[in-house]
Unconditional design. Sequence first.
Length: 194
Amino acid sequence: MAGSDHVNATPPAVKLTYDDFVQFPDDGKRHELIGGEHYVTPSPNTRHQEIAGTIHGLIWTWLEAHPLGQLFFAPYDVVFSTVDIVEPDLLYLSNERAAAVITPLHAKGVPELVVEIVSKGTRKRDETIKRRLYERAGVSEYWIVDPDIEVVRVSRRAGDRFERPVELSREAGDVLTTPLLPGLELPLARIFRA
């Protein structure tokens, strides 16, 4: 069904694993396992790609001048466990974390920063299921980028949980910053430029 992002290929009692994941077709769609359930997302639309490219370009350029870590973009697997494998739109790992997490195939471990750009088909999953997974896994910061209303919701770790998200908007002229990349400034007017 068009727009559907969830495929339950097995009865709920059966959890798929990484061994099943590597057998999924290379069909241009994003396949993920969360809690052993298979989720499929169609390829992203133009606006999504423009925003992802802009955020990637701004952070990548900043990292060229301040080589603190590595930035990756989808499709790139992040393996949290044998039943939790996702493909975030963007992810950042400090050099120290990258040395422990990056393998020749994928990231096997926890990135410091994960960025998801929501769409009609992924909104609920990104805001609930994936947010809980990233919180449980130990991600330091999670950005949910919403092109429809031109806001970014930032969840930062406090102890073993995310704090209440802070919402930044293009309309308010907000600038996104993160303690993970001190000095980086991402004006939302630039992220959501037409």
